[in-house]
Ligand binder design. Structure first.
Ligand SMILES: *Cc1c(COP(=O)(O)O)cnc(C)c1O
Length: 417
């Protein structure tokens, strides 16, 4: 598959870019200008297989006909209007989300961090007004990722993201992920009138922190603790949700339901949107409590509804399962060929990671760079994990082509022994 016309140009100038844009990202030296399906082209007309997908946002790949048609029609009709009025597309998307999840109510915003901020505000209000806790604590996990606003950065259990940005938001404590004892210790003995934990915020699978799936037993026990204590369980589904895990929501892989959960990245296939969803019993927001100017606009909501309907219509969850199996088995074969370089392959559906041996003198970034040179875009999840998050429409041939490219890339970076 290729676009009818390649619209790339060679006018891009890296120095001009760097002279004007803040240096908040470590960028690879290519400039992407066009996309089609699971392929991208840079300004030099180099072609890449896209296993980054906007970092897990472009669920339907690039220039998907259904998404193109929806957004083209919507922008001609109405693209933005204030939440002072009813927005039909917002209501339709909310209904779709409620019918395809455990949620009863939805709040819309524009990003993952904003969705988590909304969840934290909702949980704090619930803790104050229903649980009667004066200074509610939210427990989150070490090596988690919840966003870059001051509060979601505080919720993120990685000191490297917080350095030099203190004072942090009070009311957060951290526990090891998938560690029941640590969690029980942090909650403490509630019978002794020691109510302080209002909510637990976790990813069903830690994405940024190294593609680490949640463990079934841990989450089942966690759900039970929350049921017994009234503590709210918030799941951050920003990366794993909306079909990427092989189910619509990551929590389905864990056999539990959260009280509150958030979505963003893949929700509208790469058009900015965020959503915070909850069960009826904890929907304590009232008019004036929370708001977002762009949140729930007709453009983003129409796009998200099309993404959801396309995942269903085209049986993409089946594709996610099948291509995920294929991808992991190819990655495992690569790991077996290089036992001193790779220690583990793990993931769900089309969110997968390959861990590099801590002893090996090789970082994820070195392999990512080598892969780019072989026409494959992959992402790092920390210094020692490679992350594979292709569009949910990826084909069997494309998975094989990507793995062939990865094998070639690895050959070029193998430390000489
Ligand atoms: C990317 C991500 C976020 C932050 O989303 P933004 O849209 O960048 O604000 C939050 N949580 C998780 C799990 C993520 O992967």
């Amino acid at each position: 598959m290729s676009p009818e016309t390649l619209l790339t140009s060679t006018a891009f100038n890296q120095d001009q870019f760097n002279a004007h844009v803040m240096g908040t990202y470590g960028r690879f030296p290519i400039a992407i200008e066009q996309g089609w399906g699971c392929r991208l082209w840079d300004t030099q007309e180099q072609e890449y297989l896209d296993f980054v997908a906007g970092i897990a946002t472009c669920a339907l790949g690039h220039a998907h006909p259904a998404l193109v048609e929806t957004v083209t029609q919507q922008i001609q009709k109405l693209h933005h209007v204030s939440n002072l009025y009813y927005i039909p597309e917002q209501g339709q998307l909310a209904q779709w989300l409620v019918e395809h999840s455990c949620a009863d109510r939805v709040f819309f915003c524009n990003s993952g961090a904003e969705a988590n901020e909304a969840a934290i505000k909702l949980a704090r209000k619930y803790a104050h007004t229903v649980m009667d806790i004066d200074e509610p604590v939210i427990l989150s996990a070490k090596s988690s990722f919840h966003g870059r606003t001051l509060t979601t950065m505080t919720a993120t259990g990685q000191p490297k993201y917080q350095k030099n940005f203190d004072p942090l938001t009070p009311g957060f404590e951290y526990v090891n992920y998938n560690d029941l004892t640590a969690l029980e210790d942090a909650i403490g003995d509630i019978d002794e009138g020691n109510r302080r934990v209002g909510a637990i915020l976790l990813e069903p699978l830690q994405g940024e922190g190294g593609v680490l799936p949640g463990e079934l037993e841990y989450f089942l026990r966690l759900r039970k603790i929350c049921d017994e204590t009234g503590i709210l369980l918030i799941l951050d589904e920003v990366q794993a949700g909306m079909g990427r895990s092989g189910n619509f929501w990551g929590y389905e892989n864990l056999g539990i339901e959260p009280d509150i959960f958030t979505s963003a990245k893949g929700l509208a296939g790469g058009i900015p949107i965020g959503a915070m969803m909850c069960k009826q019993f904890c929907d304590v927001f009232e008019p004036g409590n929370h708001a977002s100017t762009f949140g729930g606009n007709p453009f983003a909501c129409a796009a998200a509804l099309t993404v959801g309907q396309t995942i269903e219509r085209d049986n993409l969850l089946q594709n996610v399962e099948a291509r995920g199996e294929q991808l992991r088995s190819r990655l495992r074969a690569i790991a077996v060929q290089h036992p001193d370089l790779f220690t583990e392959v793990r993931g769900w559906g089309l969110i997968n990671g390959m861990e590099i041996n801590a002893e090996a003198e090789l970082t994820s970034i070195e392999i990512v760079k080598a892969a780019i040179a072989e026409g494959l875009l992959i992402a790092a999840a920390g210094p020692k994990v490679l992350r594979f998050v292709p569009p949910l429409i990826i084909s069997a041939t494309e998975v094989d082509q990507a793995m062939d490219a990865l094998e070639r890339a690895i050959q070029t970076v193998i430390p000489s022994s």
